[in-house]
Design a binder for this molecule. Structure first.
Ligand code: CA
Ligand code: CA
Ligand code: CA
Length: 316
């Protein structure tokens, strides 16, 4: 009987381990919400779509103009991540990618499909396409559609060419904006993220921890900048980060590089223009998952040896 019990515990523990392992790699949903860039044939770049492309959020529901604005970053504000979390990203239409990477192969002149593709990067050096432009129903080729934002349509940013900034007399491109479904407001200003005037946030992951307001030092975001931003090496004003770097801020007036361009399989003058993380991407196997698994194993071992002791005592 004890042997059967041991096998049962073994099966349960292995099943738990497998379950925890599977949770590290959630399936990519077919309902990813995305936007495209202004040069894309799919209208309009201020709208948000799902595969089809099918319109799900028109620009006016972001508080933007019906046309003339470009949403270039999206986040639901509930993006959980840690140092080992797989990140989804996309690149712009002139990105080349590091030699030998899938991005480089997709960006080759005979393909020119990298900018319509969503990739997954896993530390330390794994990169793979997970959603193609074809799957999303987008136009292929250099003059095809460029995915320039992926995420839930709550927190967002607009690009430096957007007319709303001109109309309102304020540069919104370097701010994190939020919509209530009708109007937009600034949720976090660029300077609260360590950005300079003229910087343009072009990708966003946001974890809004406590409440609807921005909490300096409590909330956290991953983001990227466009290639014309003064803070970038390509901006011509002495900037230090690549437009393909993933940056991190806790809204304390500073940011640092979270992952370098090379860690995403990109070159320093490439550009990441969309970031996303899948729900369930953490706990990771190296993080909470292992902690839970270890506690489960410990508990199982305790129960087993307790029963064995009781059985042995009863038999003696
Ligand atoms: Ca867009
Ligand atoms: Ca922006
Ligand atoms: Ca960028």
């Amino acid at each position: 009987m004890r042997c059967i019990s041991t096998k049962r515990y073994g099966v349960v523990l292995i099943a738990l381990g497998v379950t925890l392992g599977v949770s590290v790699r959630p399936a990519v949903p077919q309902t990813l919400i995305f936007s495209v860039d202004p040069a894309s044939p799919t209208p309009l770049c201020g709208d948000a779509f799902v595969a089809g492309p099918q319109l799900v959020v028109p620009a006016v529901q972001f508080g933007l103009l019906p046309a003339g604005d470009n949403v270039d970053a999206l986040s639901g504000g509930n993006d959980l991540f840690d140092d080992n979390t797989p990140l989804l990203f996309s690149v712009d239409r002139v990105t080349i990618g590091a030699p030998g990477t899938p991005i480089n192969a997709d960006a080759a002149p005979e393909m020119h499909d990298a900018h319509g593709t969503i990739y997954e990067t896993r530390p330390p050096n794994s990169h793979a396409p997970v959603v193609t432009g074809l799957t999303l129903g987008l136009a292929p080729g250099f003059f095809g559609d460029d995915v320039d934002a992926v995420g839930e349509p709550v927190f967002f940013s607009i690009d430096r060419t957007s007319v709303t900034s001109l109309v309102r007399g304020a540069d919104f491109a370097g701010h994190v904006l939020v919509t209530d479904g009708t109007n937009l407001s600034v949720w976090a200003a660029g300077f609260q993220m360590g950005l300079q005037p003229g910087d343009d946030i072009d990708a966003l992951l946001l974890l809004n921890v406590k409440n609807s307001e921005m909490d300096a030092g409590g909330d956290v975001a991953l983001f990227s900048l466009d290639p014309f931003s003064p803070s970038t090496t390509t901006g011509g004003q002495g900037g230090q980060v690549s437009p393909a770097d993933v940056l991190m801020t806790r809204f304390d007036g500073t940011f640092h590089v979270y992952r370098h361009a090379s860690q995403l399989g990109l070159q320093s003058d490439d550009n990441v223009d969309a970031l996303h993380v899948l729900a369930g991407a953490i706990p990771t196997a190296s993080g909470w998952g292992l902690v839970i698994l270890a506690l489960t194993l410990l508990t199982g071992a305790k129960v087993f040896f307790a029963r064995r002791t009781v059985t042995t005592t009863s038999a003696s």
